[in-house]
Design a protein around this ligand. Structure first.
Ligand code: 5RP
Length: 293
């Protein structure tokens, strides 16, 4: 073979330098495989270790939601300010550019719509793992109903997803639902977040509550908090700030961003809280500056 003639011989083995033993910064993932870590690293920023996820999957049970009537107009301009988009496959395909440089969290379970009294009473897979891989997902999300009618079924979906995720290096985000009947106490969130992590979730989405620092400490994987119903901007920033200071590794926020009078301002302000430790007051100034800019 011509290439063999005159080829430089390998010689620089750096025998005095130990092999690189890089740790891994995402909570609970140190023993995961390379592919799983690589996807987690597309979600959690390597510098802060935290993430800003933008949730716009509300239509999967609610139909058109205020602020999300035209997802194709509302969400793409926010992409530069967030780390991850969270949505359904129908919306990713129709409204989000496949070229967008952002993490993708795909919701892979469906539930009863708001037309039923109890959204936890049914549910199943909305997408299998092959579809998620085909769509280039970095994470798959499973809704769970701890303490409600759909508890057992939703935990089964979580476990099956975590099995497939372990095979393909796909992180599973377990979502703690808070329906009408479910408590929003420290006791409930301690139990629900821990149950999801123990059953295979690599990330847990939950809610901020009194005693959150104990909830975060007892959960062996990162918790990201949902925003819930729209709050005044300063209050939403205060909630995000307290959550991060008390151990959350990010937010997975929807209405408090896209229902704001300045979604771009709120997305940037939340990013400052999550990645740079801005106080609510400092972050509010960012929101105001973008809004008035
Ligand atoms: C519901 C979800 C939604 O994505 C999430 O609640 C939306 O975020 P927000 O509450 O901030 O509007 O996972 O379980």
């Amino acid at each position: 073979m011509a290439d063999n003639i005159g080829n430089k011989a390998a010689h620089d083995y750096h025998l005095d330098v130990p092999a690189a033993q890089e740790g891994f910064y995402v909570k609970g993932a140190a023993h995961c495989d390379w592919g799983m870590k690589s996807r987690l690293a597309r979600m959690f920023h390597p510098q802060s270790g935290n993430t800003v996820m933008l949730a716009f999957d509300h239509g999967y049970i609610m139909g058109p939601t205020a602020g999300l009537e035209r997802i194709d107009l509302v969400i793409p301009p926010l992409i530069p300010y967030v780390d991850v988009l969270m949505g359904t496959r129908g919306i990713f395909r129709s409204c989000i550019s496949p070229a967008a440089r952002v993490g993708r969290c795909l919701r892979v379970t469906y539930d009863s719509t708001v037309l039923y009294d109890d959204m936890s009473n049914g549910g199943g897979f909305a997408s299998d793992m092959e579809n998620a891989l085909g769509m280039g997902a970095d994470c798959v999300a499973v809704q769970t109903f701890i303490g409600a009618a759909g508890e057992s079924r939703s935990l089964e979906l979580l476990c099956r997803t975590a099995d497939a995720g372990a095979r393909y290096g796909m992180p599973t985000l377990g979502v703690v639902a808070v329906g009408k009947e479910m408590e929003r106490t420290e006791k409930f969130f301690l139990l629900a977040t821990r149950v999801l992590a123990e059953n295979g979730a690599n990330i847990v989405k939950s809610y901020y509550c009194e005693g959150f620092e104990r909830v975060a400490a007892a959960c062996p994987v990162p918790i990201v908090i949902a925003g819930g119903k729209k709050l005044p901007e300063l209050e939403a920033l205060e909630m995000a700030y307290k959550a991060i200071q008390e151990g959350a590794r990010g937010v997975d926020m929807g209405r408090n961003i896209f229902q704001s009078d300045s979604p771009a301002g709120m997305a940037q302000a939340i990013g400052k809280v999550v990645h740079e430790g801005y106080t609510p007051k400092q972050a509010y100034e960012v929101y105001e500056a973008v809004k008035n800019g």
